[in-house]
Design a protein around this ligand. Structure first.
Ligand SMILES: [Zn+2]
Length: 81
């Protein structure tokens, strides 16, 4: 704690400054800096061996194209009678 009048270093619980005699407010609290702890989440995404070369994205895209062709063919057949 530091006296606001003369900036003298005071002990905790001091009511009066020992240097200038100024009254110390009882609700004086030492200011503690806010310590933010960084949250580090390690991203351990290593490719696992043994998987197929074809990625899932390419497989899904191919599946969608085939599905679209099937739906188009089905609709065309329905319309054609
Ligand atoms: Zn003082």
């Amino acid at each position: 704690m530091i006296c606001k009048n003369c900036s003298a270093i005071l002990l905790d619980g001091e009511r009066f400054c020992c240097s200038c005699g100024a009254a110390i407010p009882a609700d004086e609290q030492p200011i503690q800096p806010f310590q933010a702890q960084p949250e580090t989440q390690p991203s351990d995404e290593s490719p696992q061996p043994g998987q197929a070369k074809t990625t899932s994205g390419e497989y899904i895209a191919l599946l969608l194209v085939v599905l679209g062709i099937c739906i188009f063919a089905f609709i065309a057949a329905q319309l054609g009678g």
